[in-house]
Design a protein around this ligand. Sequence first.
Ligand code: GLA
Length: 366
Amino acid sequence: MTDVRQWTAPGRVNLIGEHLDYNGGPVLPIAINRSLRLKARLRNDDIVRVWTTLGGNQSAEFTTAVQPGEVTDWAACVAGVFWALAEQGRAIPGADLVIDGDLASGAGLSSSAAVEAVVATALNDLLGLGIDRIDLALLCQRAENDFAGVPTGIMDQLAVLNGERGKALLIDLLPERPTIETVDANWADAGLSLVVIDTMTRHDLGDGRYAERREECRQAADALGLEQLAAAGPDAVLKLDDDVLKARTRHVITETARVRGAVRALRTGNWTQFGSMLTASHASLRDDFAVSRMELDIAVEASIEAGAFGARMTGGGFGGSAIALVDASLRAELADKVTSRFAFHQFAAPEFFTVEAADGAREIRP
Ligand code: GLA
């Protein structure tokens, strides 16, 4: 057994660029100051034991020869990392792992990517594997897709591994290899706050609806003769017959343009413009991409009424969290307005917290 060391991995909030990663478009996430913590030490008997305090005390045990289907539920993201490393031919001994933290799962803040990233970063460091952060993200995505069986893109894994304090990440999902450019995320200097509204509705990206959107995008790209839908030109919608595929394509085209506009607005501190991109993104996700739900729509609507520059659902959708960019002095008013609107509709009480752009997964040195 080796000494216990500690790592941390943040959650993420996607500022804009939703459902573009698997279509080859640009996305603009930040890693956030809500995170998981991992205490880890190596074992030498090919056994992995993992405990977590998240969602109540739970534990799991498997061997380093674990295969897809043998570990399910929350621990699949952990076992998937061991499996993906073994698939690369890397010799992994066993490990004892303890995971805790303040990142809610199912809230649309990428807790599963954070689990994968914190485990992968720890193993990379403990074993001196020297895998870079883009390849680590690809490995984590493999764990999620092919072991846990959840067909996500790669945005979340890239965001939680490459986050930088005070920076948004402009990620271009180029077919060969993703590129990442940082953009100052300095709304706080202008007196603004980015508020996360956790609607307390939980999403499950493995329930088939996320996969259905991916499939629709693939069908639209095929019909247009494209490798990836984000390459569609402005007239693509006119070339399609099917109304559903038209709507999905319209979202991908307009969202791609909104990301570019939002990056310009962020760079110049044009918060009105930035906010209007967020709100327009929400409308597109609601109407064209059909991944919102009433709680998210109401959170966005009430935030705008409370004076937010803009608001939108963030992440895969169907539940989870919305974000609102608001003058810090209006935060309480925003929370009151959303809370009373939720009470009126008899929804569970939402939770609010302000997030900042934070660093990605890393070892915490004593
Ligand atoms: C989830 C997936 C990501 C991405 C978003 C939608 O968070 O994990 O890969 O597709 O949904 O933008």
